[in-house]
Design a protein around this ligand. Structure first.
Ligand SMILES: NC(=O)c1ccc[n+]([C@@H]2O[C@H](COP(=O)([O-])OP(=O)(O)OC[C@H]3O[C@@H](n4cnc5c(N)ncnc54)[C@H](O)[C@@H]3O)[C@@H](O)[C@H]2O)c1
Ligand SMILES: O=c1ccn([C@@H]2O[C@H](COP(=O)(O)OP(=O)(O)O[C@H]3O[C@H](CO)[C@@H](O)[C@H](O)[C@H]3O)[C@@H](O)[C@H]2O)c(=O)[nH]1
Length: 480
């Protein structure tokens, strides 16, 4: 029986390995992590991450050919194939701080593999890493060579949170990069055989190592660039009376452009886009390509502009101050169908409003109060480190209350901000919400979940990203 071990039981390691175990009953899969609480949760009924379809999938194979363990060294030493899906956050200190990827977790995993391995291993980069990382990993693994042969492969993951299980069951492509030597090609074949259990052969792309590593960064940069492009257009729509939904529809009808990923929003979030583009920018700078670096940097700048613009719109339309006013925040996760809050635009918007002394009442169906308080008191980039390395008891923000009902959040609020496109927000009784708020009552829809015309009929002053403004908002233009 082939034995797979995955180091890192997070948003990637857990779902990816559950799918491999489910699709390959002839393979034993063990997911290991240094975080005892995460592994305990993976072995319980309360999984550590919320992802539609994940619970049933894990239940279908846990204890049969899928295992979760903290005994990292034992399972690594027994494995034939080792996936490494540890964090690769943005560095907060030292060389490249604020841009470069922090490979400390990867390096410690590689050193551990080198220490405990007694048989040949295929070591797979599942984490997103800078191009040429495999070269450094090879050096670490072979430094104290004890006669063990290592083959490094790059097999970046393209799943998106909220749709992870579908993405893994039916991927657009699986990408495998390896050395162009006979041993490298044999390793590629071994990994291809795993995916071939359910992925059609023409969807499994094999490349050299550097193409695979760079393709992951490139894919995220291209996706994020689309969002910044449509968000930049949304500002122009508000200035001219064009409607971004109509513009996106018309532009996306061109088959060369396509309709996906053209939804204007308060800005993209999530643990990947910003981190990976900053990393790409850093790599370009290190390779003496400042023009290329500046081109991609602009994608992040427009995203920051979009979040600032949203906060400025709220404050300016509410008589230039939200001091002492209750503002309801509906949704805190970075997108629907996940409880993940890493780099969610809600953090920046909430911090902006708190800076103007607002009182916030926050509701999200999947995010805990502890997580929200932690996010609002944490420093930039500290969020993507293993939880046990983060500040243990961040001071809670007094102007923030977290409630478990959208109506409760809105009661007595001057304004209501929709920050995540949860389906349930589309079906709220907005008349009831309007009646419970002081007047004038405002809605700021950061996800274009609601039809602003319907909200205006109820009596709200309604703002939607990139949609024609009502006269109130025109009279109080936001300073970007
Ligand atoms: N989240 C996504 O949607 C997504 C998608 C594609 C790629 N990625 C990439 O995958 C990687 C992992 O992302 P994630 O979201 O799963 O992160 P995560 O924080 O959810 O999980 C990483 C896990 O690795 C563990 N870990 C860190 N160092 C370790 C070590 N030395 N030994 C054992 N365990 C260790 C941590 O405790 C943590 O549980 C990142 O490089 C990310 O960029 C993420
Ligand atoms: O038209 C759109 C599409 C997305 N978003 C926002 O963009 C962010 C990212 O969304 P999405 O890409 O769906 O989720 P992620 O889980 O961050 O997935 C991205 O990042 C992963 C980690 O690298 C990759 O594996 C995926 O392919 C890539 O889509 C979220 O805040 C979305 O709300 C928009 O604002 N408008």
């Amino acid at each position: 029986m082939v034995k797979i071990c995955c180091i890192g039981a997070g948003y990637v390691g857990g779902p990816t390995m559950a799918v491999i175990a489910h699709k390959c009953p002839d393979i034993k899969v063990v997911v290991v992590d240094i975080s005892v609480s995460r592994i305990t949760a993976w072995n319980s009924d309360q999984l550590p991450i919320y992802e539609p379809g994940l619970d049933d999938l894990v239940k279908s194979c846990r204890g049969k050919n899928l295992f979760f363990s903290t005994d990292v060294e034992k399972h690594v030493s027994e494995a034939d194939i080792i996936f490494v899906s540890v964090n690769t956050p943005t560095k907060t200190r030292g060389l490249g701080a604020g841009k470069a990827a922090d490979l400390a977790y990867w390096e410690s995993a590689a050193r551990m593999i080198a220490d405990v391995s007694k048989s040949d291993k295929i070591v797979i980069e599942k984490s997103t890493v800078p191009v040429k990382t495999a070269e450094a990993i090879e050096k670490i693994l072979t430094h104290n060579n004890k006669g063990v042969n290592y083959q490094i492969l790059s097999n970046p993951e393209f799943l998106a949170e909220g749709t992870a299980i579908n993405d893994l069951f039916a991927p657009d492509r699986v990408l495998i990069g390896g050395r162009e030597t006979p041993e490298g090609q044999r390793a590629i074949k071994a990994l291809k055989d795993v995916y071939a259990h359910w992925v059609p052969e023409e969807r499994i792309l094999c490349t050299n190592l550097w193409s695979a590593e760079l393709s992951k960064l490139a894919a995220n940069a291209f996706l994020a660039q689309r969002i910044s492009s449509v968000n930049a257009m949304s500002a122009l729509c508000e200035a001219t009376g064009a409607d971004i939904t109509q513009v996106s529809h018309a532009v996306g009808k061109d088959t060369r452009i396509g309709h996906k990923f053209l939804n204007a929003s308060v800005g993209f979030g999530g643990s990947c886009f910003q981190k990976d583009i900053l990393n790409l920018v850093y790599i370009c700078e290190c390779n003496g390509l400042p023009e290329v670096a500046n081109y991609w940097k602009q994608v992040i700048k427009v995203n920051d502009y979009q979040k600032n613009r949203f906060v400025n719109r709220i404050v300016s339309s509410m008589f230039n101050t939200v001091s002492g006013k209750k503002i309801a925040i509906l949704g805190f996760a970075f997108k629907k169908d996940t409880g993940d809050t890493r780099e969610t635009p809600a953090i920046d918007v909430c911090k902006g409003l708190l800076g103007d002394k607002a009182n916030l009442s926050i509701y999200d169906p999947q995010v805990t109060e502890e997580q929200i308080q932690r996010d609002l008191s944490m420093n930039k980039f500290d969020w993507d480190h293993p939880v046990h390395l983060q500040p243990m008891s961040p001071s809670s923000v007094k102007q923030v209350s977290v409630v478990w009902d959208a109506y409760e959040a809105a009661k007595g609020a001057h304004g209501l901000c929709i920050m995540t496109e949860w389906d349930e927000f589309k079906n709220l009784d907005y008349k009831k919400i309007y009646d419970s708020m002081p007047k004038p009552a405002f809605v700021f829809d950061g996800r274009n979940v609601m039809d602003p015309k319907k909200l205006r009929e109820i009596g709200f002053i309604a703002y939607s990203i990139g949609k024609p403004l009502d006269s109130w908002l025109k009279d109080m233009p936001a300073v970007a």
